[in-house]
Design a protein around this ligand. Sequence first.
Ligand code: NAD
Ligand code: UGA
Length: 458
Amino acid sequence: MTNILCIGAGYVGGPTMAVVAKHCPEHRVVVVDINAAKIAAWQSDQLPIYEPGLEDVIRCARGRNLFFSATDIGRHIAEADIIFVSVNTPTKTFGQGAGKAADLQYWEKTARQIMENSSSPKIVVEKSTLPVRTAHAMERILNSNNNGLHFDVVSNPEFLAEGTAIRDMEDPDRVLIGGRETPSGQRAVQAIVDIYAHWVDRERIITTNLWSSELSKLAANAFLAQRVSSINAISALCEKTEADVAEVAHAIGTDSRIGPRFLRASVGFGGSCFKKDILNLVYLCECYGLYEVAAYWEQVVTMNDYQQARFVSDMVTAMFNTVAGKRIALFGAAFKANTSDTRESPALAVCRALLEERAVVVMSDPYALDNARADLGEAAEGVVFEPDPYAAAEGAHAIAVLTEWPQFAELDYEALHASMVKPAFIFDGRNILDHRALFAMGFNVYAVGRPPLTSFAS
Ligand code: NAD
Ligand code: UGA
């Protein structure tokens, strides 16, 4: 039996360890967090995150070989053979690198905590997304202990996407494990390979050196976000030229060198990681004096900010240059469908901008309203949170679709139109609705990357 510990029970730590525990019944997996309320939720039937398939995996392993704890973290560290660290690594908000660099304080605290509570050698696994060469700093901290203990640091970045986390863990495109090319480093890599080999084919487990592994995570997110910004850049040109971005995406995506996925034009990408990780990459490039490389990647974020701002500005222009006092129903708060996560959600950016325009904002979402309220902070006071989309749209001048929840496409838009102020507007920030049908019902329809369908002469 191997004692596996995961420090950090968030969107990554909870689901990944649940899948590890499910497939490795002979190992004992403990997940700890300093947030006692979150741990209590992991121990209950009301899990702290919404993720399809998660409940089943938790039910299979919890209490058998999967345990959640907010106490005795020191003892759990002492007992562990392998420690995954999956704490948050947000963008730094202060001091050197503020606004771009990763804030590594939680990571470093964890490393010191591991050192202080260890009386046997351990493998420490970087699960969090970190700047390339963080492992070097970690090795130095951990191996500065006074007991002569040796710690091996392994990089095993996580590629799951929220909303499909369990599927991504169960059937990953690849698992990436980076380690030192020393005998001890290679033994540590093999120990992590052996865990994943319980359910992942060996040829999909890639092993590299430490730095390639750390950098590949940042690069993967940068490439993914770059595709979204690329198609969003094209969407702006489509709107000027009567080209249809969905047709363009299909036409270019059939080229096998480009591929069809991740080409959905939208109100912009959100989520806790794309922006943070690209800015982290930008900062790293700047630190190494690679200013052109930094500027290249920063443009991916600039384009995303532009897309969100453009969406709101087009709403205001379309609605006769003012939304002040007008009720606007926002369909969606989550940064994507199938998650309750609202971190960096474009829906919140649109909401804030509309509040600045003094609109009366009503937000509807099947799972994410609590997080939206928390993430909006003081601005939440000016927002009505309404789970029922029909009630949200009643008496509204406009609906804006901001999350691609399939249930929003299935609503009775005839009924919604009847309950709204005329002329009624729909702004489809996810292109999930039948725009021609909506136009036929009497809506003025604005989509991303498509010419508007309106009853007004242009
Ligand atoms: P999260 O904020 O949901 O979870 C992090 C958890 O770590 C929190 O619950 C926090 O209380 C806990 N924590 C912080 N310091 C601690 C300490 N000293 N001891 C114990 N617990 C501590 O974050 P997340 O979304 O799970 O992301 C974690 C890391 O994984 C980040 O680096 C992120 O970039 C990366 N990542 C996230 C995703 C994703 O989909 N969310 C996917 C891949 C990688
Ligand atoms: C992303 C990556 O896909 C994961 O591989 C990675 O592990 C994770 O970031 C991370 O490091 O946190 P996630 O942010 O959960 O996962 O979700 P995505 O499916 O990548 O979507 C990100 C954003 O892009 C969402 O707002 C989504 O709506 C938007 N998006 C995505 C588009 O606007 N168009 C697309 O074609 C695809």
